[in-house]
Write a protein that binds this ligand. Structure first.
Ligand SMILES: Cc1cc2nc3c(=O)[nH]c(=O)nc-3n(C[C@H](O)[C@H](O)[C@H](O)COP(=O)(O)O)c2cc1C
Length: 194
């Protein structure tokens, strides 16, 4: 295996869920570095018929805090507030991923025979963008965890993003405090049949 392939596989294997974060970026990483990385991933991750419905924003500082405050307030019961509270207080920021729905509607209209396939493909491509971003941020020395407070986040965003952008997830990032623990794997071979 080439070293390029091994490096790529290592990055995939090293991407983990890190909940214990501090509200800081590692040395030599700036928010504009994160922006450049996510921008490149949004551009180069493929979409069905090159439809390009993936969108993302990065929130930090007051905007990050305001969004997570809204999420905390929207959740009933103390237990459910724990994760969004840690996102607000311990993450430096988050990348919010969206699907631009007018693009989906246009492709459904232009390709009626495949209309039902576009939302499924949109779900696949946003997943690819999210995990590509998560992996890339890990290679930059950040710790990340992925959250899905989508309705509350959408409500908190108001007109910061167009109405046609639906929220898919929030990738919270900061500096790692405690590394990820061991992970167990099922026996799951990829067989070759000739
Ligand atoms: C599609 C997807 C959705 C996930 N949703 C959440 C979530 O809503 N909240 C959360 O804390 N973790 C979420 N996770 C993190 C998973 O629980 C985690 O990736 C999994 O347990 C494997 O651990 P690892 O990320 O350390 O490899 C999600 C992961 C994936 C891939």
């Amino acid at each position: 295996m080439s070293t390029t392939t091994q490096t790529y596989l290592n990055a995939i294997a090293n991407r983990r869920t890190i909940y214990n974060l501090t509200d800081a970026l590692p040395q030599n990483v700036s928010v504009s570095d994160i922006q450049a990385v996510v921008q490149s991933i949004i551009k180069n991750t493929p979409t069905a018929l090159n439809s390009q419905e993936n969108r993302a924003i990065i929130v930090t500082g007051n905007t990050h805090k305001k969004i997570w405050n809204s999420v905390i307030n929207a959740i009933p019961g103390e237990n459910g507030k724990k994760r969004p509270t840690s996102a607000r207080d311990e993450a430096y920021g988050c990348v919010i991923f969206f699907t631009e729905q007018n693009t989906i509607k246009k492709f459904q209209k232009d390709y009626p025979a495949a209309a039902s396939a576009f939302p499924v493909a949109a779900s696949a491509t946003t997943g690819a963008v999210q995990i590509n971003s998560w992996t890339a941020l890990e290679t930059m020395g950040l710790g990340c965890h992925l959250q899905h407070y989508n309705d509350a986040v959408r409500a908190a965003l108001g007109d910061l993003v167009p109405e046609s952008w639906t929220v898919n997830s929030q990738l919270c990032f900061g500096s790692q405090v405690i590394p990820a623990g061991d992970k167990t794997f099922i026996d799951n071979p990829v067989n070759i049949y000739n």
